[in-house]
Structures are given as structure tokens and as C-alpha cells.
Design a protein around this ligand. Sequence first.
Ligand SMILES: Cc1cc2nc3c(=O)[nH]c(=O)nc-3n(C[C@H](O)[C@H](O)[C@H](O)COP(=O)(O)O)c2cc1C
Length: 190
Amino acid sequence: MKKILAFNGSPHANGNTAITLKVVTNELNKHGVETETIQLGGKKIRACLGCRKCWELKNKQCVIKDDMINELILKMEESDGFIIGSPVYISNVTSEVKAFLDRTTFVGEANDFLYKGKIGAPVVVATKTGANFAYAAINFMFGLSEMITVGSTYWNCAFGKLPGDVLNDKQGIEGLVRLGNNIAEVLLRI
Ligand SMILES: Cc1cc2nc3c(=O)[nH]c(=O)nc-3n(C[C@H](O)[C@H](O)[C@H](O)COP(=O)(O)O)c2cc1C
């Protein structure tokens, strides 16, 4: 069975980002794709030290051992792809998502492109503006990692402020339903 991980970069475990990820994973589940949602927001995730030890050791691990990143790298290697969701914070992803992107991408690259050929899709939620920046920030990981990026109409973005508001963005939700179906279709083709 194919498996897709969904990372929630919001500190709100049941907020708008969680809702949008659920819309996508529901569609995947309908197609028989297994999904696992992993909470990143609000967790202690340290920033990259820039030590380049991952390039020296090439052991699929980051030298920082006291957070969840190494466990996540193992899960990512075993998966068929991942959706990375973030609310827009000052026109970008949250700090946890940025630290996650930096460290998992660098370890992956140092280890012969660990995520090559896997599926990647960003999902971003904003109140008003900055969605494109956050969307691009996540996509940079997929592009550098030789992954297959899956899109939808209006770039997997939805709008809302307080937890639950995003459900009022009918067009955004429709785009995310489409994203789930598109990911399932690509998985079937590969
Ligand atoms: C620190 C902070 C910065 C934010 N920056 C932006 C922003 O630049 N643009 C925007 O449209 N919304 C911004 N927002 C609003 C959130 O993106 C929005 O409320 C989102 O729906 C929250 O998703 P969540 O429920 O998953 O946490 C910001 C919110 C916070 C707390």
C-alpha cells in the first residue's frame, strides 16, 4: 500500500492547516492510499547548525539528536511522498517548518538524494497575503530533492483566520480535494 505523510506546520493541531491537510488525506484514503499526519508546529525543532556533518558522515542522520528530525527522516525515506502544510507567518512558512525543511533537505541531499522520485505537495493557509511565498518556500525542498511536485488549481492555498474559517473558502477547499485526487493519480501512474 502506498503511504503519504502529511506534516502540519501550524502550532494549532486542529486549526486551518490541519483542516486543509485532512481534506487532502481524506481523498487519498478514498483511493486506498495510507496517510499519517505528523504535528510539527509547536514542537521543539532546532534550526540547522550548518555544520555539514551530514555530508561527512552520510548516515541519513542529522547530528542534532535531541529532537524529532532523525525519526522523521526515517519515516520520509520509507514513505511514497509527503504533503507539507503551513500557515503563512509574516509572508512565509512557520519557524518549525523552515527548520524542518533545512535539516531534512540537507540530510536527504547528502545521502544520494534520499527522497528522489517521491511525491511532494505544499499546502498553505493565509488570512490575506503571502501564500505564494510560503508555497514557494516548501516547493524549493521538492525541487532540490528531485521529487515529483503535484499541484492543483490555485496552488494548494486556502484562506481563513481563526481555526475553522478555512471551511468557508469553498474554492480553496475544492482545490485541495482536487490535489488529493491528483496525488492519488500520480501514485497510480508510478
Ligand atoms: C505570527 C503570525 C503571522 C502571520 N502572518 C500572516 C501573513 O503574513 N499573512 C497572512 O495572510 N496571514 C498571516 N497570519 C494568519 C495565519 O496565517 C492564519 O490565521 C491561518 O489561518 C492560521 O492557520 P492555523 O489555524 O492552521 O494556525 C499570521 C498569523 C500569525 C500568528
